[in-house]
Design a protein around this ligand. Structure first.
Ligand SMILES: [Zn+2]
Length: 331
């Protein structure tokens, strides 16, 4: 019965979307001179708004703490996407519930999937099969994706080409600086401490880039719950490898991480809950952590300090406000 209801709900949602899409044919083009580009995640929206400068308005759909794997478009999101002159998403199945509609809208406006502009050989395949969508965790790779996206935007909106060529180098240089900072800070960790245990498998590219082993309590999507056996295994690994901290994320539930910490402590491990990391969402817009560079700085500085390495308390640019320790509810 529950399955039938879920199916009916999906059908109803599709019907509403179809009606809105059909209605969009008659919606007149916006009179505004500047194109409006709608990005799904802020990791795209924030740097792109800086690269495009005043030639376009860039809006971001998913705010702080929002999980893109599970997010379903609301009616007002659909209206916003219909109004937009261009759409940008990560792709590679990150925005699993939005893809259908974005693909359909691509008949009428440019739709750019940043992650899918990269050479496929650079995409990490989880279990050798499933593309890992969390590319922004490797700043060098994300810089390539942003650059390719900016080129695509400049092609679709030629009025933006001068801005792209003027601003892109500055934004990419800041990303290169934070990349070098992370590499140097991770190098202060003893090799045995280079283990990043987090709520879900968002840090694969980070681990690959900086030589850290990554352990996710959940898989690469947050859709599947971590099983009891997996939580027990994680607890054992934390004990065996003397992992000092496990991290929660701002956009996923903390309960699985709490269970792992509890399990590891029951086995005799000394492990703390590190500050919440920005995995699939960033900080509030307008704050340092609400920018892509600030988000990376926060993550790297938090991780290195919690695992016993050397990093300045306020990060690369002296602008971080990391809570001393995430509120520990696991006892
Ligand atoms: Zn994720």
């Amino acid at each position: 019965m529950r399955q039938i209801l879920a199916h009916l709900r999906t059908l109803a949602r599709r019907l509403i979307l179809s009606c809105l899409l059909a209605a969009s044919v008659t919606i007149p083009a916006t009179a505004s001179a500047k194109p409006m580009i709608l990005a799904t995640i802020a990791q795209l929206g924030e740097p792109m708004s800086r690269i495009l400068g005043n030639c376009a308005t860039v809006e971001t759909l998913l705010g702080p703490g929002v999980d893109p794997h599970l997010y379903r478009l609301t009616r007002s999101d659909v209206a916003k996407a219909l109004r937009a002159d261009g759409l940008m998403a990560n792709g590679l199945n990150l925005e699993a519930q939005m893809r259908d509609m974005f693909d359909r809208m691509s008949a009428r406006k440019p739709v750019i999937y940043a992650g899918e502009l990269l050479d496929p050989s650079k995409i990490v395949l989880t279990g050798g099969v499933v593309p890992d969508p969390h590319i922004w965790m490797d700043p060098r790779l994300w810089a390539e994706a942003l650059s390719a996206s900016a080129t695509a935007i400049a092609k679709a909106f030629p009025e933006c080409a001068p801005n792209v060529s003027q601003n892109q180098a500055t934004v990419l240089a800041e990303i290169a600086a934070v990349d070098a900072y992370i590499e140097a800070r991770v190098a202060t960790l003893p090799p045995s401490a280079r283990v990043l245990a987090t709520a879900h498998d968002a840090f694969g590219y980070f681990g690959k880039r900086y030589g850290m082993k990554v352990l996710g309590v959940q898989g690469i999507s947050t859709e599947s719950e971590a099983g009891v056996a997996h939580i027990r295994d994680m607890a054992q690994i934390i004990l065996d490898r003397r992992i000092a901290a496990v991290f929660v994320e701002t956009s996923t539930a903390a309960r699985a991480v709490d269970a792992v910490i509890e399990g590891a402590r029951a086995l005799g491990a000394t492990v703390t809950k590190g500050p919440a990391l920005f995995s699939d969402a960033m900080g509030p817009p307008g704050t340092y952590e609400g920018g892509y560079v600030g988000m990376l700085d926060h993550n790297a500085t938090s991780v290195v300090r919690a695992l016993g390495g050397d990093a300045p308390e306020r990060g690369l640019n002296g602008r971080l406000n990391i809570p001393r320790q995430h509120k520990d509810t696991s006892g």
